[in-house]
Design a protein around this ligand. Sequence first.
Ligand SMILES: [Zn+2]
Length: 334
Amino acid sequence: MCDNKRMSSNILVAWPFGIMCVSDRRLVGLLSGTIRTNRLTKMTIFGCADAHGVIVYNGIGMDDEGQTPSEWLLDLAEKQHLFDLPLADVLDGIKADLEARLRGLRTTYGAEKARHTFVFTVWHRDESVLYGLSNYERVDSREEAKEGSETVVLSERRPTPAQRLRIIATGAHPRSADVPPIIEAIKAGELNRARALAVKAVKNVSYGKKKAKGSVGASCQWAFVGPNRDDVWSGLDVVGGAIAMETPNLINIGTKVPPMGDLFAFFGGPGMIVRDTCAGDERARAGSQYEIASKTTTFPEPRCGICGAPLPASHQFCEVCLYDKTLNRPAIHS
Ligand SMILES: [Zn+2]
């Protein structure tokens, strides 16, 4: 199923010392408009032969085979070992794969619906660079085409003396007032504050026009990636605080994840693929299923007892109605 263009909200920042990415986790059914999940992993952290960084996307939510664009990337890693190659080949390979997939979706759903963008925020030759692969928009321009073209085009934004810090939002855009504070926090070296502000900007999109029931979710995955590929941090940020961490997907790279207190946990590493990490309680464990074909275990996603929206086990509050499942009472929306 081809999802609508505003599916997803991503904020990406690249500056001379770091990159930061924040991405929502909702998937909405195109025909029904109902929330299918609030724990989809749309962010992939990767390492390849000569670069490392983060990939996010907007456009297609799920294809007719039930695969998400995150799974397209994992397939390229597992079946074609694409991420063992240099960045130029990784970009070429994803471009060819995306063009072929969009061709089919375009025939079925038309050129307006068959629009898709992957954005790469990467370290390549000691520079932080933004790359876009899209059939309707570019990372170096605000213009976007109404219809997706037949070809996917690569665009890039390198640092310039006048603009070392670059910030872009893709998918549903944040309010313009929410962007300058993120830039100021990064310039002041207050990275945790920058992250909190970026997450808040995505939450404001979610709680905007559609009052938390639209195509953008209020829980986010985030990543900080330094020029050294050992310097990768990522995690989950949800309304009212996460009670468990779920990493973005990982291809050929590890990430540190801050749990509670002074400790951190380490996931993944070179040569490893980590997909769809998922926190679960005893009920989820009892309902888990191992699928032999895809070698994945799926856990049922609990639902909010009040509004019925998907309520992942890692969340204390329902992000739609703000019900607090631990205290068994409505939360106060701050
Ligand atoms: Zn609810």
